[in-house]
Design a protein around this ligand. Structure first.
Ligand code: SAM
Ligand code: SF4
Ligand code: SF4
Length: 383
């Protein structure tokens, strides 16, 4: 169904269709399970398989994006608790035995973690892991792109919310815009293809830059993906008014480009992809207005080995404790299997339901609670 500038009914149809799709997701997930299941793989209470793992390799960051780290001071994970890279590879091995075949390295800022390429090399030795990706703010990318490529990293996503240096500073409280641009241009030079640029679209901040970002993406051979602003972790500046919705993004882009066609969906991938009349593709991740919990096969391990089965989960499983206590491989796999089989998380859908009832006000978690348990921060568990 095309999404065109003049045809507003088309948007409506498409959006309603997507909402229904999310609600009917259970049936789709069962189909996914049957298609993708590998021997030993597990499914949760909604039949969602365990497929994708986000490894947060550090909770430290060299930016202070207002939607993620708005505070002046943070409580950091104790250094002695942070897993070694070998432990991270070992844990990933247990996850892969149960179905995980995609790993995304994230943080905090993952390039601040010394020896990251060593972790990638270890992960490449695991034949069950088919895809290793990195999400980075790009500041250190020019220094590491070649090394990451040599180590065997498959794909890179750079977060870039604005092309205006003054806005970059306003958003991140750091003057690193030029280094991010250098990082982005170093990716293709190092040999990578399939670069993605992730933009959190915020109403009243960068909603006038969608076209510029897509045009910039063309120049650097990157696909741009617009993410709806989420009320996760410490995002205490979040408000419904700042969410620039998928529908609003499509309207804005269609006014400039004309007819926009949706592309076929790809399994549990969070981004819905679209194509412009000139063939340029882009994605939208409508996490807030159209949650995709029904097909969610992702979970997250923090740098100190806490395993969360949802971006919004407030409780997780302490895998470090068992690992350091010398648990056998079978015990570790049983722990993970039991955690996934009991998974009932649908965090974003539940947040959306609160909004319907007028109860979704401000960010998710208060600052006192975040200080008590820093794992609840987005920069600790990775986006
Ligand atoms: N530091 C790296 C970076 O920024 O790419 C990796 C970690 S960061 C937590 C991962 C992603 O989460 C980034 O693309 C960021 O824009 C996104 N993110 C953080 N807070 C968000 C929020 N409140 N709403 C939507 N996306 C958010
Ligand atoms: Fe920004 Fe990523 Fe750092 Fe969060 S972790 S402050 S999104 S660069
Ligand atoms: Fe998955 Fe939780 Fe995000 Fe829903 S809110 S898509 S269950 S991580």
């Amino acid at each position: 169904m095309p999404v065109g500038g003049e045809s507003h009914e088309n948007y409506t149809f498409h959006i309603e269709h997507s909402t229904l799709r999310a609600e009917e997701g259970k049936a789709r997930v069962i189909r996914n399970t049957q298609q993708d299941a590998v021997p030993g793989s597990v499914v949760d209470t909604y039949d969602r398989p365990l497929k994708s793992l986000r490894l947060s390799v550090t909770d430290r960051c060299n930016l202070r994006c207002s939607y993620c780290m708005p505070e002046q001071d943070y409580v950091w994970l104790p250094r002695e608790d942070v897993l070694t890279l070998e432990d991270m590879a070992t844990l990933t091995g247990y996850f892969s035995d149960l179905g995980v075949d995609r790993v995304r390295l994230t943080g905090g800022e993952p390039l601040l973690r010394r020896g990251l390429s060593g972790l990638i090399r270890l992960l490449r030795q695991n034949p069950l892991i088919k895809d290793i990706a990195l999400t980075t703010n790009g500041i250190l990318l020019a220094d590491y792109a070649e090394e990451l490529y040599e180590a065997g990293l498959h794909r890179i996503t750079v977060s870039l919310d604005t092309l205006r240096p003054e806005r970059f500073h306003q958003l991140t409280r750091r003057d690193e815009y030029e280094r991010v641009l250098e990082g982005i241009t170093s990716v293709a030079r190092a040999g990578f293809t399939g670069l993605k640029l992730d933009t959190v679209a915020i109403r009243g901040f960068n909603d006038d830059e969608l076209v510029d970002l897509i045009e910039f993406g063309k120049q650097v051979q990157a696909e741009v993906r617009f993410i709806e602003y989420m009320d996760v972790g410490g995002a205490n500046q979040w408000s419904q008014e700042k969410v620039f919705s998928r529908a609003a993004m499509l309207t804005t882009l269609a006014v400039h480009y004309g007819t926009i066609e949706p592309l076929p969906e790809r399994g549990a991938a969070p981004a819905q992809r679209f194509v412009l009349p000139d063939g340029t593709t882009f994605g939208i991740i409508p996490s807030t207005t159209t949650p995709f919990c029904a097909t969610c096969d992702r979970s997250r391990v923090t740098a100190d080995g806490m395993w969360y089965r949802c971006l919004y989960a407030t409780t997780g499983t302490d895998l470090r404790k068992s690992l350091r206590a010398g648990a056998a491989a079978d015990e570790m796999r049983s722990l993970i299997r039991a955690g996934w089989e009991g998974r009932r998380d649908r965090g974003a859908e539940e947040r959306k339901a609160l909004e319907r009832d007028g109860l979704r006000v401000g960010g998710l978690i208060g600052i006192e609670k975040l200080r008590e348990d820093p794992h609840l921060e987005m920069h600790a568990r990775g986006g």
